[in-house]
Ligand binder design. Sequence first.
Ligand SMILES: C[S@@+](CC[C@H](N)C(=O)[O-])C[C@H]1O[C@@H](n2cnc3c(N)ncnc32)[C@H](O)[C@@H]1O
Length: 297
Amino acid sequence: MKYFPSRKKKEPPIMIREESSEYSPNKCVLRDDENNVWLYHANCIEFMDMLIGKYPNGKFDMIFADPPYFLSNGGITCHNGKMVKVDKGEWDKSSGPKLNHEFNLSWLSRSQKILNPNGTIWVSGTHHVIHSVGYAMQQLGMKILNDITWEKPNPPPNLSCRYFTHATETIIWAAKNEKSKHCFNYEKMREINAGKQMKSVWSFKTPNGDEKTFGKHPTQKPVALLERIIVASTNEDDLIYDPFSGSSTTGVAAINTLRKFVGTELELDFIGLSISRLKRAVATRQTSLNFAISEVM
Ligand SMILES: C[S@@+](CC[C@H](N)C(=O)[O-])C[C@H]1O[C@@H](n2cnc3c(N)ncnc32)[C@H](O)[C@@H]1O
């Protein structure tokens, strides 16, 4: 099934004050007003605070957030057939359940404020983080719409043989509040699901070699997963924000589907990777979005 993006409108640039602080330089590292792509080397908390001041009634139609999982704490996993320590980086270390939950509340409350009244947020995570996210959403009065189970058909083996293989992640989809009239492109989802209502269990392989052409992020999401999320809950020209942009998979999927993208990321290495990926997506998006029908449940 192919999807041909048709048109493109310009967005006034989303510019924030570029001002360094103790936590981040708040620097716009990719500004493409023609193609509506803006990437910031910034701490999302500070960035959102600035946006809330500028857009008190909200700004984004959709947010996708893949926050730190808090799982890099000395466990082991299997990588390329070898036993390795789980160490995704400093950003992924746990500060204990209480502080982790405070962090989730702090970025989620800001995300809620910068969503448009009918905007929605998607948050992905493993059990290390997702229960706190769900609880924080309830505390903030968001309306939980679905919890998607993303099933990975190719999970790494469990080397300890004391658990099942970790083969799923959860993605919670929520509206800003109970009053929101959220966007759901029901017909489009049915169309790509061979005419049947789409279930909340989705199967997508982890990113393929082509998605890692410029290098990889330790928790990189598949572009096809983000394309489905975006097409399900937004319309062409809508504005999407990813606070924890990583390698900017959300941006690549937004470009492919003719949506506008704003991202923030703290780590410079991932900023470089993001810029390469975003530039390539802009150069190649004339090719159609491919929904890889075999992966649609
Ligand atoms: C789970 S990864 C996101 C991966 C991304 N979805 C992808 O497909 O590449 C989380 C990212 O958030 C970044 N990060 C952590 N805390 C941040 C903060 N306060 N502001 C902005 N980025 C942050 C980390 O550096 C990391 O790259």
